[in-house]
Design a protein around this ligand. Structure first.
Ligand code: PRP
Length: 198
């Protein structure tokens, strides 16, 4: 029974969200699936193996960029075979909207020193690249032994910098995606797959 339901979910590429805005006022939002939970799981496993090979014999400090990276980091941390420490940063770009304005600041800093450590910044998505480039520069100045970056999703067509992550899960087109940590106005971070909102 459970297996049947899982199969149906796998082959039905939409997620529907029903909103109740009061008495008999409903809105139905359809999102098209871009990556099924199994695709993400498989890719995260491969990334974890690659990272474990590259950092063999060392301990790595995983730096998650809140909030979007929290699920990716949680899965990656459990699938690498090397010892890891975990810490988080939160960044904000001035100005509202879907796009980074370019002026970025740290609103929650690391609680761990990176000096002399092998550090891997964990991002959910690289869009313009401004966030990751800024964070990379800030952490590099604190003299880690090595500093690398991994992003589950990469949208190179949107890039405003020359920054390229060391490890990428999936290269995607310029679509607004949610799920697996990514949000739209703070909703849908808890979806297991990745969906496109048109
Ligand atoms: C998203 C994402 C990256 C950043 C990428 O974060 O998690 O951190 O944008 O954009 P960029 O490459 O154009 O700089 P967001 O600001 O949406 O915050 P969130 O992670 O809390 O959702």
């Amino acid at each position: 029974m459970a297996e049947g339901r899982e199969k149906t979910a796998r082959h039905f590429p939409y997620h529907f969200q029903l909103y109740n805005f009061g008495w008999k006022q409903y809105t139905l939002l359809a999102m098209k699936r871009l990556l099924a939970k199994e695709d993400v799981h498989r890719r995260v496993g491969r990334l974890a193996r690659e990272i474990s090979r590259d950092f063999a014999g060392r301990e790595v400090l995983l730096v998650g960029v809140l909030k979007g990276a929290f699920i990716f980091l949680a899965d990656l941390a459990r699938r690498v075979s090397i010892p890891v420490q975990v810490d988080f940063v939160r960044l904000a770009s001035y100005g509202a909207g879907r796009e980074s304005s370019g002026k970025i600041r740290i609103t929650k800093d690391l609680e761990t020193s990176v000096r002399g450590k092998d550090v891997l910044i964990v991002e959910d998505i690289v869009d313009t690249g401004l966030t990751l480039e800024y964070l990379f520069g800030r952490l590099k100045a604190r003299r880690p032994r090595t500093l690398k970056t991994v992003a589950l999703l990469d949208k190179p067509s949107r890039r405003k910098t020359r920054f390229r992550p060391d490890y990428v899960g999936f290269t995607i087109e310029d679509r607004f995606v949610v799920g697996y940590g990514l949000d739209c106005d703070e909703e849908y971070r808890n979806l297991s797959g990745i969906y496109v909102i048109e």
